[in-house]
Design a protein around this ligand. Structure first.
Ligand code: ZN
Length: 82
């Protein structure tokens, strides 16, 4: 799914973005803009502009993001990376 790691020359606050290949793009977990970049630490979609104005503690967890989308998660669901 992830084609390559993306260098982040200008993004600060320790959010490393991963660029995903192709469509469909997910909507940024902060602003809702379709984006092809994801925050590596939380595994949620995050656009570059939000990455520049956020830090890793201010973005939702994958569970919070999925719940915000209306996904009905199993109580035992766990993200792959925590
Ligand atoms: Zn955004």
């Amino acid at each position: 799914m992830f084609d390559s790691l993306m260098q982040k020359p200008r993004v600060s606050h320790d959010i490393r973005l991963i660029r995903v290949a192709g469509d469909p793009r997910e909507e940024c977990c902060m602003c809702g803009t379709p984006t092809e970049t994801w925050a590596e630490a939380k595994d949620v979609p995050l656009c570059m502009s939000c990455a520049e104005t956020s830090n890793v503690f201010s973005i939702p967890t994958k569970r919070q993001w999925l719940v915000s989308l209306g996904v009905n998660l199993d109580p035992n669901w766990r993200p792959y990376s925590t």
